[in-house]
Design a protein. Structure first.
Length: 183
């Protein structure tokens, strides 16, 4: 596959995520149950999971999960998180590239039309929990905010932590039960 932006950025990173979602029905000879697809991402990937959930594509995910995600790109850019990573990804700040932010920022795409689990540790020093709080409030009943006391930016992706166990339980509630019909 030819990448228009081999180093990522807008729109290349986003086009790659959309292409991956479109490829799901053909994986493993069609063995993927589209009704049980959840999009999950950590940090910048949390934003991409939410963004992809908003797409009208071949696969409509059953849920989207943001783990310590950058759910509010406009605020993240204004805060200069990760040495200006959002402005670098999108080619400028919200005032220079308002149309790109309208198309890329999950806050601007609400409602997404799928259930969302927004997970954030209260002790996260990389992405402020405020981004997830603001997003969940704006998303309303579509989103469940799971703020984990004492968890940091990486606890939410470590399978050995209570934070991950709690996230897995909440995700299981969002997904329909597996089809019991034999293949």
């Amino acid at each position: 596959m030819h990448h228009r932006h081999p180093r990522g950025g807008w729109p290349g990173t986003f086009e790659d995520v959309a292409a991956a979602l479109d490829a799901l029905p053909d994986l493993d000879g069609g063995a993927v149950d589209p009704a049980r697809v959840a999009l999950i991402g950590h940090s910048a990937g949390g934003q991409l999971a939410l963004w992809a959930a908003a797409l009208s594509r071949t696969v409509r995910p059953a849920a989207a999960v943001s783990l310590a995600g950058v759910c509010d790109l406009g605020l993240a850019a204004r805060l200069g998180l990760s040495n200006g990573a959002v402005a670098e990804l999108l080619g400028g700040g919200p005032t220079e590239r308002p149309e790109v932010y309208r198309r890329a920022d999950p806050m601007a795409l609400l409602p997404l039309g799928v259930p969302q689990l927004i997970v954030h540790g209260s002790a996260d020093r990389h992405v402020p929990p405020e981004l997830s709080r603001r997003y969940a409030e704006a998303a309303g009943p579509e989103a469940l905010l799971l703020e984990l006391p004492g968890a940091d930016h990486f606890d939410v992706i470590d399978p050995a932590t209570p934070a991950w166990a709690r996230t897995a339980r909440e995700l299981a509630r969002l997904l329909p039960p597996p089809d019991a019909t034999p293949a």
